[in-house]
Ligand binder design. Structure first.
Ligand code: SF4
Ligand code: SF3
Length: 548
């Protein structure tokens, strides 16, 4: 075993990747990522004191968020970039410590090794093997709970970073992230206390999604019903993927008038729904499908691709030289576009010039898809929706949000959507939608049967809609609504979305295509007994369960 990672749904053998990641993450990068998380615990120890003393600085929050985000599945595969983040984290930790010392506020206590370890790049490999990674917690239940919290924090950090990029920060969220990181190295906590912390992570999951929703809608307006073109035009073009709308804004502004078109891929599709982006004529639409189809779709796109976050698939050499990353994303050999300095926009000139030299995209589809059913838009249609429920035209809603992935077993979700009775509506968010957003499932009295709220973080919209319906129908419990949850997960953003739903009291969620490898049998039992979480079966069995 040269590494151990079991944070995503594709963990090898349903247990964990031990030599190389199914995602393509190499053992050196996996071990460095463990070490990066470890250094963030050390920073947290000092920064909690800095907070109490009113000495904390924004840059510390940024280092912690970026470090967590960079270790999300498929976000950053770049050995040197992760090593540099470790060095940066250690120096930030020591800066915070020195500030406390200078102010006479440094607590006199025994610190965890992560707060005092001083490494050099050369010693990383050695250090990462000892007492740092997932398996350094011996008790499998404690390990399971600790990792469940850490994976939730990773998703939380990603959303918090996108919000921060738009100028929306929440010190309570940052404070919680630090406290929770420290809890994962506190041997004094009982299993019950860790379970409580898992649920508290879900509470902050709701908060961070609300914050990002506010950041997006304040900056770019409320998503509105939009017909998104999935065909192509005959101009050179850039494909933008990931979740960061600030990058989207700056790329659109800088490509305007250059003759270079812009298309979205995978989780950037919902950018098409925002009023602020619709003014750009060169914003053509969406190209392709979910992240895991990128090898063939980047090949045929012909132009450069910009990753603003996960999910990156190790590329074919034929297109490797036209892939760019920015933010927390990275891959050895890709060009990385640097972050904003002094509040100035990122400089996308290199990728724009690159696009001009390349061919226009090859057409792989034609027509359009419809989306933009975030909370504001659905509320505008509330009367119609409520009427449809009251008259029985809509019998049941199915929340089918989350992630897509390459496993054959995910065909289940397409089959499930196709088999659903015609008087049901799918509420979706995240890249899971690509399993059913092109099926032409029709509408119910003008209400489409697939309502796409947006990115995975827009699952928040689905929660807002559910809470609103609960109010309209004067119900005491969200679970009395005719809404069932059949969630597909892949990486750690889905973990925070799931924990957020649990915090909101949602019960009987089906989670697939497989349950997480990081849930020990005992922890899985707690989730089953307390929340009724269960795995998927066959489409037929599950429909019987859902529809009684
Ligand atoms: Fe394996 Fe998933 Fe970890 Fe990648 S992120 S190494 S596929 S468990
Ligand atoms: Fe998709 Fe990675 Fe999770 Fe944001 S882009 S939902 S998998």
């Amino acid at each position: 075993m040269s590494m151990f990672c079991y944070q995503c749904q594709e963990a090898a053998g349903g247990k964990g990747c031990t030599k190389i990641g199914v995602c393509g993450k190499t053992d050196d990068v996996a071990n460095l990522q463990d070490l990066l998380i470890y250094t963030l615990k050390g920073i947290s120890d000092f920064n909690q004191q800095a907070r109490k003393a009113g000495l904390n600085e924004q840059k510390t929050d940024a280092v912690i968020l970026d470090g967590l985000f960079a270790t999300i599945t498929n976000a950053n595969f770049d050995h040197n970039a992760i090593a540099a983040k470790i060095t940066g984290a250690i120096s930030e930790r020591d800066r915070v410590k020195a500030t406390l010392e200078a102010a006479g506020k440094l607590e006199n206590k025994v610190y965890h090794d992560s707060a005092v370890w001083t490494g050099s790049v050369d010693s990383y490999e050695e250090k990462s093997g000892s007492g740092v990674g997932v398996l350094s917690t011996e008790n499998e239940d404690v390990r399971s709970l600790r990792e469940l919290i850490i994976y939730g924090l990773k998703g939380m950090a990603a959303y918090a970073e996108h919000a921060a990029n738009l100028g929306f920060a929440d010190a309570e969220i940052y404070d919680f992230v630090e406290k929770a990181l420290l809890a994962t190295i506190n041997d004094g906590l009982s299993a019950d206390e860790l379970v409580a912390l898992v649920l508290e992570t879900g509470k902050f999951g709701v908060n961070v999604m609300a914050l990002l929703d506010k950041a997006h809608t304040t900056s770019y307006g409320n998503p509105e019903i939009t017909e998104v073109n999935i065909g192509v035009r005959n101009n050179p073009a850039i494909l933008i993927s990931g979740h960061d709308l600030k990058d989207m804004e700056e790329l659109l502004a800088q490509t305007a008038g250059t003759g270079v078109d812009v298309y979205t891929h995978s989780e950037m599709l919902p950018a098409n729904y925002y009023p602020a982006f619709k003014k750009y004529d060169h914003f053509v639409g969406n190209y392709g499908n979910a992240w895991w189809k990128q090898k063939e779709e980047f090949e045929s796109f012909n132009g450069p691709v910009l990753f603003t976050t996960n999910c990156i698939v190790p590329p074919a050499t034929s297109y490797k030289d036209r892939i760019y990353t920015t933010g927390s994303a990275g891959f050895d050999g890709f060009k990385h576009i640097q972050g904003r300095v002094d509040g100035k926009a990122k400089d996308f000139s290199e990728i724009i010039e690159h696009a001009k030299k390349l061919a226009s995209p090859t057409e792989i589809e034609t027509g359009s898809i419809v989306g933009g059913f975030a909370h504001n838009q659905v509320m505008a249609l509330a009367d119609k929706v409520v009427d449809a429920v009251k008259t029985g035209a809509i019998k049941q809603f199915f929340v089918m949000a989350g992630c897509d992935g390459r496993m054959k077993s995910r065909d289940y979700y397409t089959d499930f959507a196709e088999t659903l009775p015609k008087d049901t509506v799918i509420l979706t968010a995240g890249c899971a939608k690509y399993r059913y957003n092109k099926l032409g499932l029709g509408d119910i009295g003008g209400i489409p049967r697939v309502l796409d709220a947006g990115q995975c973080n827009d699952s928040y919209s689905l929660a807002v809609i559910a809470l609103k319906l609960k109010e309209v129908f004067e119900l005491n419990d969200i679970n009395e609504l005719p809404i069932s949850y059949n969630i597909a997960w892949y990486e750690q953003k889905a973990v925070i979305v799931l924990l957020a739903l649990l915090h909101l009291g949602v019960k009987n969620i089906k989670l697939g295509p497989t349950l997480p490898a990081f849930l020990s049998p005992n922890v899985a039992n707690v989730l089953v007994n307390t929340f009724g979480i269960n795995g998927i079966g066959t489409v037929e069995e599950d429909l019987v369960q859902f529809l009684g």
